[in-house]
Design a protein around this ligand. Structure first.
Ligand code: CIR
Length: 256
């Protein structure tokens, strides 16, 4: 169960955020703020306490608070984001982490290692880590060493097609996993009950389980049905403005 969630309000500069989908247009800031409000409400409905950090205009992508830190049951890990324009976000998340973890429980990924939290998928005490354009081999090596020091484990997953691991695969607890694209055939996921997401709804592979409820992006009926068929209550949240920046539901929060 999760007790806490950390989010960061989007900043006006989000319109200059990184995107691989410029054809979707620039985000509408006011709309993004309203969607963020709805996201926070959905999380609260799932019974977590939400810490809302203020917008930070220096970092256009800073609302995607999942990337500069990874929080586990045993420790918090400040990452070293591989995207140059996002790297400084790691210094801005530490204050919030210190509200929940003592210094001996806070670890750091150090250069030349890079890692972004979007590449980390938690399955119980095991963490799958995507080797991506943002997360390198040395970052993964350090991350797994930190996990092992705290009695947890990790393993590397290669990826070629998507930005982050969780862009295409998400664990919904109870052995259930949403898989899309290149993750459908990964042998390391064969032991899970994999629900294959159709190509045209691939964006919605990024759903989040929060205390028994699954939050699903609005506008993806096949994924919504698949999640309901697994037996989960569903809350729909519109994330259209974040999608324009390659961001999804998981990217917008740290859940612990
Ligand atoms: C980026 O490219 O870094 C942002 N525009 C999107 C980050 C999405 N975060 C995530 O998947 N965890």
């Amino acid at each position: 169960m999760f007790q806490n969630v950390i989010v960061r309000r989007p900043c006006k500069a989000m319109v200059e955020g990184i995107t691989s989908n410029p054809q979707l247009g620039k985000p509408d800031y006011e709309k993004a703020l309203r969607q963020h409000d709805t996201y926070i409400e959905a999380l609260k409905q799932c019974g977590v306490k939400v810490t809302v950090l203020p917008a930070d205009e220096r970092y256009p992508d800073s609302c995607f608070v999942e990337d500069p830190a990874v929080i586990t049951r045993k420790c918090a890990i400040i990452t070293n984001p591989g995207a140059a324009s996002r790297n400084g976000e790691k210094d801005e998340i530490i204050g919030a982490i210190r509200e929940f973890f003592s210094e001996d429980k806070i670890e750091y990924i150090k250069a030349p290692g890079t890692l972004e939290g979007g590449d980390v998928m938690m399955v119980g005490d095991h963490f799958y880590v995507g080797r991506s354009a943002r997360t390198n081999e040395e970052g993964i090596r350090q991350f797994i060493a930190i996990l092992e020091k705290h009695g947890l484990s990790g393993s590397e997953v290669t990826l070629e097609e998507v930005l982050h691991l969780k862009t295409g695969v998400n664990y919904l607890e109870n052995n259930n996993m949403l898989v899309s694209g290149e993750f459908v055939t990964k042998p390391e996921f064969a032991k899970y009950n994999r629900v294959e997401i159709p190509e045209e709804e691939a964006y919605a592979a990024n759903c989040i389980w929060v205390n028994g409820t699954v939050i699903v992006p609005m506008g993806f009926p096949a994924v919504e049905k698949a999640v309901r068929d697994l037996g989960y209550p569903v809350i729909l949240v519109d994330t259209s403005e974040y999608r324009k920046l390659d961001g999804g539901l998981s990217c917008l929060s740290l859940r612990f």
